[in-house]
Structure formats: C-alpha cells, structure tokens
Write a protein that binds this ligand. Structure first.
Ligand SMILES: NC(=O)c1ccc[n+]([C@@H]2O[C@H](COP(=O)([O-])OP(=O)(O)OC[C@H]3O[C@@H](n4cnc5c(N)ncnc54)[C@H](OP(=O)(O)O)[C@@H]3O)[C@@H](O)[C@H]2O)c1
Length: 281
C-alpha cells in the first residue's frame, strides 16, 4: 500500500493552471507532501503570488519550486516549459493538466471562436503538455499524468455544449492514454470535479443565462477538498477520480438510468424554463 504522506517526496510535479483554483490547491498539497513543484500559467503576477503559497507549504528547504509563464495551447511554449523545468530540477514525474476555462451558453448564441478556444485550452492544452512530458517519462518508464475533466466530461448538460465537448475529449484522450501508457510503466488519472469555488466558477456564474442559473443547483466543493482527492488518487494510482459525493452520484445515475438520464434532464430543463417565464410575468 502506497502512503499518501510519502509518495511524493523528491518527485518533480508540473501543474498547469497552477496559479489559481484547483491547480493551485493541488500544487500546495503536493508541496506539503515533499514534491518539487512548478507552476505554469500565462499571467506573471498571479503566478508570483501562487509561488509564495507553494513555497510556504514546502516541508523541507531542499524542495525546489518555480513558475513558468507559458500558454499551454501553444505547442512550442508547452515544450519550452517542460524543458525549463527539466533543466532546473529534473524531468517531471507528475504532470497535472489543470489549465482550463468555461463559457456557459446555448450553442446557437455562442461565438464560433469561443467554441474553438475552449477546445484549444481544455483539450489541446493538455495534449500539448502531455506530449512534451512523454519522451522523458517513456525513457524512464515511470511518471503520472493527471487530466482534469469535469462532471461535464461524462454527462452533457444544457448550456454547456462547447465545454462538455472539450471535457468529453479529455476523458476520451485519457482512456486511450491510460491503455497506451500502462505497459510503459506510466500512470494516468482523469478527474471529474463538480462545482468548485474558484475564479472559474465566479466567471461562469456571471455568464449564466437565467435558465442555466435556474437549472443547476449543485453542491460547491472547496478547491482544497478537490486537491485532497486528486493527491490521494495519484498516490493510489487511481484512474478515475471523482472528488465529490454529488459527482459520484451523477456518475452512477448515468450508468443505471441510461436513456432515463435524458428524460430526467428534459424535465429539469422544462421546469427551469417555466420558472424563468413565470418570474418574467
Ligand atoms: N471550478 C469548477 O467548478 C470546475 C469544475 C469542474 C472542472 N473544473 C476544471 O478544473 C480545471 C481548473 O479550473 P479552476 O476552476 O481551478 O480554474 P481557475 O481558477 O480559473 O484557474 C485556471 C488556471 O488556468 C490558467 N490558464 C488559463 N488559460 C491558460 C493557458 N492558455 N495557458 C496556461 N494556463 C492557462 C489560469 O492562469 P492564466 O489565466 O494566468 O493563464 C489559471 O491558473 C479546469 O480545467 C476546469 O475546467 C473546474
């Protein structure tokens, strides 16, 4: 049995989206557990403030931590980020692909550029970072890639077509990656968080239409609770990680109800539309 407390000592962890939310909480926890932690995001200022939190969480002065300003949607920048970490403290043992965004909107009202950007970031961003890390992981026959999907990565929901497509893509990619990398000694995990109190959720709530707002009344987790599930899942080499009880329930229901899931969803959408209509009168 691998102990969560010691599984990360001396490991090099690279966390994209590490300046905020789930990525930052995961980075802090990995640092508490003794890993050398590197954060990737675009904006320098949030990265600097995240770095001081991550350094503050280190359990030993021998741990190395750093930041890299890079856009993960750019293949060259993704490769350069991995090269920089490797030069500074060794090739990444753990890659957490947490950089992501959301834009809730019905498909006919969405800008096509936004639909493409969500796929570029939520899906291709992770693909770029994974491909940049793989050569050294394959050479060492070890490593762990963690892809953050969403509950919207196993159930499509009203108002989330672009986001769901990108998060389903993360799930499909992870399934295949797991099968391909297992014989090479590399682990893969895919994480399906439910609503989590982060800047992403704040932005998302501001963008929701009244119907989307009325439809979803989910339990909100803290990023720290999600990070604990992620770190525990990595230590246990768990493939599917569903941090929250609500997420686990929805996962189970989609399997038990089958087509009944969509019947239920249609009723909930109809109820929300009715509620919004009656509020307008
Ligand atoms: N919060 C939720 O309710 C929730 C639920 C399920 C799944 N998730 C998923 O969990 C992951 C983390 O979300 P979060 O809520 O923690 O988001 P967040 O707090 O908004 O953080 C997003 C992070 O990604 C970085 N980022 C954005 N675009 C980037 C790019 N092109 N290149 C590099 N870094 C980039 C941001 O920094 P810069 O802007 O400076 O680049 C930031 O560090 C996402 O994949 C999200 O879809 C979130």
């Amino acid at each position: 049995m691998i102990r969560v407390e010691t599984a990360f000592e001396g490991k090099v962890a690279l966390v994209t989206g590490g300046s905020s939310g789930i990525g930052l909480a995961t980075a802090r926890l990995l640092s508490e557990r003794g890993a050398h932690v590197w954060l990737v995001a675009r904006r320098r200022e949030p990265l600097q403030s995240a770095l001081s939190q991550v350094k503050g969480a280190c359990r030993s002065s021998s741990q190395l931590c750093g930041i890299i300003s890079a856009d993960v949607t750019d293949v060259k920048q993704a490769e350069a980020a991995v090269t920089e970490v490797t030069g500074a403290c060794g090739a990444p043992d753990i890659l957490v692909n947490s950089a992501g965004d959301v834009d809730p909107c019905v498909v006919q009202e969405m800008d096509m550029n936004v639909i493409r950007q969500l796929m570029e970031l939520n899906y291709f961003g992770g693909v770029n970072m994974t491909r940049a890390c793989l050569p050294s992981m394959i050479a060492r026959r070890s490593g762990h890639i963690v892809n953050i999907s969403s509950v919207y990565g196993f159930l499509g929901g009203y108002g989330y077509s672009a986001y769901c497509a990108s998060k389903f893509a993360v799930r499909g990619f992870s399934d295949s990656l797991r099968a391909e990398l297992k014989p090479l000694g590399i682990q893969v995990s895919v994480v399906f968080p439910q609503d989590t109190a982060t800047p992403q959720l704040e932005r998302e709530n501001q963008l929701k239409s009244p119907v989307i707002k009325a439809l979803y009344d989910s339990q909100v987790m803290t990023p720290e609770a999600v990070a604990r599930a992620i770190v525990r899942g990595i230590a246990r080499r768990q493939y599917i990680i569903i941090p929250g009880a609500e997420g686990r329930l929805v996962f189970l229901l989609t399997r038990v109800l089958g087509n009944g899931t969509y019947w239920l969803m249609d009723r909930l959408v109809a109820r929300s539309k009715k509620k919004v209509e009656s509020m307008r009168k």
